[in-house]
Design a protein around this ligand. Sequence first.
Ligand code: HGY
Ligand code: MN
Ligand code: MN
Length: 416
Amino acid sequence: MTALPNLRIDADRLWDTIMETARFGATPKGGVRRLTLSKEDGQVRDWFRAACEEAGLTVTVDTLGNMFALRPGQDMTKAPLGFGSHLDTQPTGGKFDGVLGTLAALEVVRTLNDAGIATEAPLCVCNWTNEEGSRFTPALMGSLAHVGDFTAEDILARRDAGVITVGEALDAIGYRGPATVGAQTFSGFVELHIEQGPILEAEGKTIGVVEHGQGIVWYDGRITGFESHAGSTPMHLRRDALATLSELVLAIEALAVQHGPNAVGTVGEAVIATPSRNVIPGEITFSTEFRSPDAGTLETLHQGLQAKIAEIAARRRVKIALDLIWRKEPTHFDPTVIAAVRGAAETLGLSNRPMISGAGHDAFSLAGIVPTAMIFVPCKDGVSHNELESAEKSDCAAGADVLLHTVLTLAGGRPA
Ligand code: HGY
Ligand code: MN
Ligand code: MN
């Protein structure tokens, strides 16, 4: 129980900020296309910086564009409590993925300011660069570099499909900041996020108390067959890269189903090198991923994929190269922070249940270095990474109230 049980965020103000930022990259279908380090990302970052400074926060930006907005505490010898999320979106993204957690953190600060409340520990509102991993790999890029999983030099040199580097993209929007990656310290980290799945809505629960996160393995693949005439090449002589990928996609799906329900597998990208309607595809690049909350299952899926690739490649007389480009072991969040989240939900009289996160989040990165946990709220039909993504205003406010009281518990808040 915090010392201020009746304190609540301003639900209208939070909702208005979510709707206001949705215009940066707004799509005709009502979604948001705001790829990391794009012009639209630069616009929302500028908006976010101005809003943080207007709330009295001191904003610093590191080499990879991670944004940290600091609110002083009464004891400045303490490391700040971090909270926030990301503002970049998928190509067919929505208004809430990442945005809710980042703007709810700003709303918490605005609420504390309005109420004249000081916290013992300083607070740090975060906007992490490239959580989505769609334009540049890996996902969770800025926060993973922050915790040391990748060097800033490695990340700066990564290229998108248009061969622009992260460094060039940062410079194009003015967000290659002066601060050293990883220099910002935290006493802990809390992230509010829409569930991006169907459980809370189906059970009529308002709050997910997230205790674990799935492990994730990402691969880049290349299939090399042989281009030849679509009309004159007999079926038994073909080395068809697209037919090979089609078989591999179904094999990946079958592996995930076989190891379900705690396993998922996806092929999200496939590019025929030189497509032509009357040429048998000779070369295809693709990406694929597996996820599971169980490390052993991830390894089984990995081995199963290797075996399938060897069998299909031999039978179809093609070459299949697969590079494991990113592996994040399953995340276990911190019991103290989990208890603070659950306690806040109970204080607020909000229905809640423990959860495992299917999606990846920056909190997965931070959990490797400081006590961390997450708060989920429902989204409509569990849909996300889709322009239809939607959430209820009341649920967004409830999640932000849980974030507020979790912060008060962890950072020690009292009337100034
Ligand atoms: O891939 C993920 O889980 C996250 O949405 N980037
Ligand atoms: Mn997200
Ligand atoms: Mn996402």
